[in-house]
Design a protein around this ligand. Structure first.
Ligand code: ADP
Ligand code: NI
Length: 215
């Protein structure tokens, strides 16, 4: 029963996201799902059905993929309504996708264990080798520079500034990616984030060495 629902959801997500190249493609979703299920298993925590469903659906309401935030939320609600799941399951899934699609870093809301796990899984995919690739892919698509020494790096930003401000892909590391390790909720994700964080540090070190023309 649950397997069938997961299958229907997979197809819906694949069709909706299609070939998006801002970093919200189907492969991102698959990695987030894998990370989330891995964390859940390691931590022996959470309802795996809710975790898997929320991981699959977490980018559906994202404003970037819809004409508006409301349109994205409606798209998700309409889909969930068609499924044979309880009202409770549907509402847990919506709460998680809502949280995860809000990109503003810290939030003081009390999270369910399922939400913590999916949030960690999504954040893990923004860092490390894959995270580096995604940052430059996103920057290229948006027409932003690889790096702009004239642009101020803003470590503290509001959600609005983050969404609309001018940035460069290298700036994005300082504005967001290097902070994610310390924002992980679960011990498993903290551990997984460590190596990915180191790789970004090393990468930036080498980047600036080459940028400055040092051998
Ligand atoms: P996610 O899909 O992980 O929930 P986002 O929608 O914020 O996150 O971003 C999608 C991808 O694009 C992430 O890998 C993120 O790091 C990257 N990204 C977002 N904003 C920028 C930016 N201004 N410059 C470079 N990369 C960015
Ligand atoms: Ni995502």
């Amino acid at each position: 029963m649950n397997e069938n629902i997961i299958h229907i959801t997979e197809n819906f997500v694949r069709d909706t996201l299609g070939e998006d190249s801002t970093g919200h493609d189907w492969h991102h979703i698959e990695r987030v799902r894998k990370n989330a299920l891995y964390i859940a298993k390691k931590e022996q925590a959470g309802d795996t059905f809710i975790i898997e469903m929320a991981a699959l659906l977490h980018d559906i309401p994202d404003a970037k993929l819809n004409t508006s935030k409301e349109a994205g939320e409606r798209n998700l609600s309409d889909f969930l309504q068609e499924l044979e799941i309880t009202e409770e399951a549907s509402s847990s899934i919506k709460t998680i996708t809502d949280l995860v699609s809000f990109k503003g870093g810290n939030n003081s809301r009390i999270l369910s264990v399922e939400a913590k796990i999916v949030q960690d899984a999504d954040r893990l995919d923004a860092i490390g080798a894959v995270g580096i690739a995604r940052a430059f892919a996103y920057g290229g698509k948006k027409g932003q520079q690889i790096y702009d020494p004239g642009l101020e790096i803003r470590r503290e930003m509001t959600e609005d500034e983050y969404r609309t401000g001018k940035s460069s892909s290298i700036n994005h590391f300082y504005e967001k990616l290097l902070k994610l390790r310390d924002l992980m909720n679960t011990d498993t994700a903290k551990e997984m984030a460590e190596e990915r964080h180191q790789i970004m540090e090393q990468y930036l070190h080498q980047f600036f060495k080459e940028w400055n023309g040092q051998a």
